[in-house]
Ligand binder design. Structure first.
Ligand code: SF4
Ligand code: SF4
Length: 220
């Protein structure tokens, strides 16, 4: 099941702020926002905040707005570029860039780049980084890929019952801890990066951000 946005949408973006998996998008000039049915986890948060009651569960869409189901799905069919996961060479460069930043601030970390499904592409543990940091980095990247959101942003929601049960059920694989960032190509998610081992999780985030310079250089 998924939620869908109907033509009642007034484009104020309130639902985007609350979606835990960042699956609500639009593009310049579009008349409304749309929900990606392949990503929506059915959490209901968007429906609660919508000021004009434009959002419905797909099975509850009123007949007058029945076309909204296809409208939402087709927006993503048209706008999601067919892109593969982060290329291996790029993934390694990102890991090395994260390491280089860590070295510059005198910390030793592990960095991991995963594909959009959370499967590792490149994982590197610096000399001196604790052994457990490798798995932690992969898990942060996995979490960012799974939720389509920076893991730091999950922290604020960690007490929500739906998230707590997910975290418990995944036995540590999902982590609501800073240090995991999503890698986008346009609106398509092509992977995620996770870093662990910094003295603070803010340092892990800075290592991730440093790695993004590789992607920006490739797009110029
Ligand atoms: S139901 Fe939840 S996951 Fe789905 S679009 Fe709304 S906020 Fe996002
Ligand atoms: S909260 Fe409602 S009106 Fe605002 S962008 Fe989302 S669907 Fe549209």
């Amino acid at each position: 099941m998924t939620y869908v946005i109907t033509r009642l949408c007034t484009n104020d973006g309130a639902c985007v702020e609350v979606c835990p998996v960042a699956c609500i998008h639009t593009r310049p000039g579009a008349p409304q926002f749309y929900i990606d049915p392949d990503v929506c986890i059915d959490c209901e948060q968007c429906e609660i905040v919508c000021p004009v009651d434009a959002i419905f569960k797909d099975v509850d869409v009123p007949a007058v707005h029945a076309d909204a189901i296809d409208l939402n799905a087709s927006f993503f069919r048209q706008n999601k570029a067919v892109v593969g996961p982060v290329a291996l060479e790029i993934a390694w460069q990102m890991v090395h860039r994260a390491h280089a930043y860590a070295q510059s601030v005198r910390i030793a970390v592990s960095a991991a780049v995963v594909d959009e499904a959370g499967v590792p592409i490149a994982v590197g543990r610096m000399d001196g980084a604790a052994p457990w940091t490798a798995e932690l980095a992969v898990n942060k990247a996995y979490t960012a890929a799974a939720f389509h959101i920076a893991t730091a942003d999950l922290k604020a929601q960690a007490r929500q019952p739906w998230l707590r049960s997910l975290l418990v059920a995944h036995r540590g694989r999902l982590l609501a801890v800073a240090g995991g960032l999503v890698i986008f190509d346009g609106i398509a998610i092509i992977g995620a990066i996770g870093v662990a081992g910094g003295t603070t999780t803010e340092q892990d985030v800075l290592c991730c951000q440093a790695a993004f310079a590789i992607l920006e250089a490739g797009r110029r």
